[in-house]
Design a protein around this ligand. Structure first.
Ligand SMILES: [Zn+2]
Length: 314
C-alpha cells in the first residue's frame, strides 16, 4: 500500500519554469530532472510488483532529525520482517563505489570521470536515524539500506561486499531474497503503529528559491516564438507579441502561474506592473480587480495572493 506518493520536486518545477526564460540553465535542469526520472522509474517497478505480505511504501519520505537537518529518503518500505531504505541514482556510465575512500566515481565511455557524493554515506545517515527512531518507539526491525541504479546504460563496477547495490530491474528478486532471509518480527498492529508514527513525523522541507539569474526574461511569454519573446503590449483584452503579432488573451493567468513558481504566491501592484511591463497603475489595478484575487494589507502595501488556478474572464 502506498502511503506517500511522489510529487514533482519544487526545485524541479522552479528550474523548469526558469528554463523557458533562461536557456543557460539547461544543464542544471537536466541534472535535477535526471534524479526525478530515476525515482519515477523505481516507483514504476514497485507498481509492477505484487506482494502478499502486508507492507507500506513511502515515496520521498522527509523527516527532520534532532539537529534540525532534513533527511530525504527516496523510498521507505516497511513490512513485518524488515525496513528497506532506498537511494536512487540515475547516472549513466561505469559507477564505482569505493569502500576505502568513500568516493563514488562515474567513468564515461570516453574515459572522462566525475566524482559525486557517495550514496552509501547518504543512505547510512538515513539508516542511523531510522534505527534511533525504532529504538525510541520500541520496535525491533532490521533496517536494510539499498542503492538502486536506474539508467539503462549504467554499468555497476566496484561495490563494497554484502551491500545492496543493484539495477532497478532486480528489485523484485532482491525483495524475494529479503523475505526469505528475514522472518516477521512485529505484529500487524505494530506495523500499523509504525506507519502512523512515520506519517506523524513526516515533515516536508520548505523550498527556498534561489536568486533569479540576471539574464532571465520575465513577464508574459509568447508561446509561439523561439527563442523566447516577452509580450509587451497590453491591448486592453490581450497581449500582443512584438515579433509574430499574435494576440494572447490568456497571457496574464499564464504569467501569474509562472510568477508564483518563481517569486512566491504574493504579488503587489508594483510587482505586477514590473513583471508584465505595464506602466499604468490604474490598468494594473483594474486587471488585479478583474482577477478577483484574495488580498491582505491596504492601499500601497496591499499584497494579492495568487491561487493555484488563476481564474480569468469569468
Ligand atoms: Zn510571438
Amino acid at each position: 500500500m502506498i502511503v506517500k506518493c511522489r510529487k514533482m520536486p519544487d526545485h524541479l518545477l522552479f528550474l523548469e519554469t526558469l528554463l523557458q526564460r533562461n536557456a543557460d540553465l539547461y544543464e542544471q535542469y537536466q541534472r535535477v530532472n535526471a534524479g526525478y526520472i530515476g525515482e519515477l522509474r523505481v516507483d514504476c517497478e514497485w507498481d509492477d510488483i505484487f506482494l502478499e505480505q502486508e507492507h507500506y511504501l513511502f515515496h520521498d519520505y522527509q523527516i527532520t532529525n534532532q539537529a534540525n537537518f532534513t533527511h530525504q529518503i527516496d523510498t521507505l518500505f516497511i513490512c513485518r520482517s524488515f525496513i528497506l531504505l532506498i537511494e536512487v541514482k540515475h547516472i549513466m556510465g561505469r559507477l564505482d563505489f569505493e569502500e576505502q575512500t568513500h568516493q563514488f566515481i562515474r567513468t564515461k565511455s570516453d574515459g572522462t570521470q566525475n566524482v559525486y557524493h557517495n550514496p552509501i554515506d547518504q543512505i547510512e545517515r538515513h539508516r542511523l536515524l531510522i534505527e534511533t527512531l525504532l529504538l525510541k518507539w520500541g520496535i525491533e526491525l532490521p533496517v536494510i539500506p539499498a542503492i538502486i541504479v536506474t539508467s539503462p546504460s549504467a554499468h555497476i563496477g566496484m561495490t563494497p561486499p554484502h551491500y545492496l547495490i543493484f539495477h532497478v530491474t532486480g528489485l523484485r528478486t532482491k525483495l524475494q531474497q529479503l523475505f526469505e532471509k528475514y522472518s516477521p518480527s512485529v505484529t500487524s498492529e505494530q506495523l500499523h503503529n509504525l506507519k502512523v508514527l512515520l506519517l506523524a513525523n513526516y515533515e516536508r522541507k520548505p523550498f527556498v528559491r534561489s536568486i533569479i539569474p540576471a539574464k532571465t526574461i520575465i513577464g508574459a511569454l509568447c508561446p509561439h516564438c523561439q527563442p523566447t519573446v516577452r509580450l509587451q503590449h497590453w491591448r486592453g483584452k490581450s497581449f500582443q507579441c512584438p515579433r509574430c503579432d499574435n494576440r494572447f488573451t490568456d497571457a496574464i493567468p499564464k504569467g501569474l502561474r509562472d510568477y508564483k513558481i518563481l517569486f512566491g504566491e504574493l504579488i503587489t501592484n508594483r510587482a505586477f506592473r514590473q513583471f508584465f511591463g505595464m506602466k499604468d497603475v490604474k490598468v494594473a489595478s483594474k486587471l488585479l480587480a478583474h482577477l478577483n484575487l484574495e488580498s491582505r494589507g491596504e492601499r500601497k502595501t496591499r499584497e494579492y495572493i495568487i491561487p493555484d488556478k488563476v481564474k480569468w474572464g469569468t
